[in-house]
Design a protein around this ligand. Structure first.
Ligand code: CP
Length: 306
């Protein structure tokens, strides 16, 4: 694995290897070993052309724990704001001896473009591109599910909400189907579920009740207002009434079902606060596991594994 641009097309063996490697880093973190020297002397450049709290910070923590030097380019104050092109920005940062670019961009495909233009020893990790893919989120979601449910073979997983604009949903679907999840459902109004979902091997449900009945894992998605035109934008009250996850509706899932959300959360829009903060929520453990998963991804693409 030279770059990590998408989960799509990666074989089960590579996904499992990343999750297994991350397990080692979780146990390292448990023992409060804060740093390992796997990326000593390497420079990781975080390039977030779109806002982020979780992904950017956990990549920074992960790179620091691998002993890399971390450079966070402040895009708003960079010369990209003066019109410097993406590839010129990359060429100049490459001249500063970058080893890994972690890239988030509103344009689907931007990390692919970068990967085509960097030198062979430089690695690109997609930290979310448009509505296309968010592979490390998909992987940390798989890590979380495996941690709490052990095996994918008998699981029913529901992915609920604004599937249309969600790069997380696409990465989760590819990962879940590759890892052998028994049933993946996507759940949302017709306007927010893309037409190619059935061909991705998932069951499409247009009511929350049908979608989460007897499932083991419920992954809630944020309404991505920033990617919607006015006509598509549902009223938040209407959306919550039909697709908002409340403690009452969660009772339709299995009693031991876990609730996940990639964040940021819109409380009272796609999910009730009582569920976010309730006993079945594993939303904050997802964030913590993101550190170990990103440590695993960076060490594997750099070829410096534990
Ligand atoms: N899940 C996720 O990508 O969150 P951020 O946008 O805060 O990075």
């Amino acid at each position: 694995l030279i770059h990590l641009l998408s989960v799509e097309g990666l074989p089960k063996s590579i996904l499992t290897h990343i999750l297994d490697t991350a397990t080692n880093f979780v146990s390292l973190n448990d023992r409060e070993v804060k740093k390992v020297p796997l990326l000593r002397g390497k420079s990781v450049f975080n390039l977030f052309f779109e806002n982020s709290t979780r992904t950017r910070t956990t990549f920074e923590i992960a790179a620091t724990r691998l002993s890399a030097d971390v450079i966070n380019l402040d895009i708003a104050r960079s010369s990209a704001a003066k019109g410097e092109s993406l590839l010129d920005t990359i060429a100049n940062l490459s001249a500063m001896a970058a080893d890994i670019f972690v890239v988030r961009h509103s344009e689907s495909g931007a990390p692919y473009l970068i990967a085509q233009h960097v030198a062979p020893h430089v690695h690109v990790i997609n930290a979310g591109d448009g509505r296309h893919a968010h592979p490390t989120q998909g992987l940390l979601d798989m890590f979380t599910i495996r941690h709490f449910k052990k095996d994918f073979a008998n699981l029913t997983v529901a992915i609920v909400g604004d599937v249309l604009h969600s790069r997380v949903a696409r990465s989760d679907i590819h990962a879940l189907t590759t890892l052998g999840c028994a049933e993946v459902r996507v759940v949302g109004p017709k306007t927010l579920v893309p037409s190619d979902m059935a061909s991705m091997g998932v069951r499409v449900c247009h009511t929350l009740e049908e979608g989460i009945k007897d499932c083991d894992v419920v992954i809630m998605l944020r309404l991505q207002n920033e990617r919607m035109s006015g006509a598509l934008l549902p009223s938040t009250q209407e959306f919550f009434k039909s697709f908002g996850l409340t403690p009452e509706k969660l009772q339709l899932a299995k009693p031991d079902a876990i609730v996940m959300h990639p964040g940021p959360i819109n409380r009272g829009v796609e999910i009730d606060s009582a569920v976010v903060d309730g006993p079945q929520s594993v939303i904050l453990p997802q964030v913590t596991f993101g550190i170990a998963v990103r440590m695993a991804v960076m060490s594997i693409v750099a070829g410096n594994e534990a």
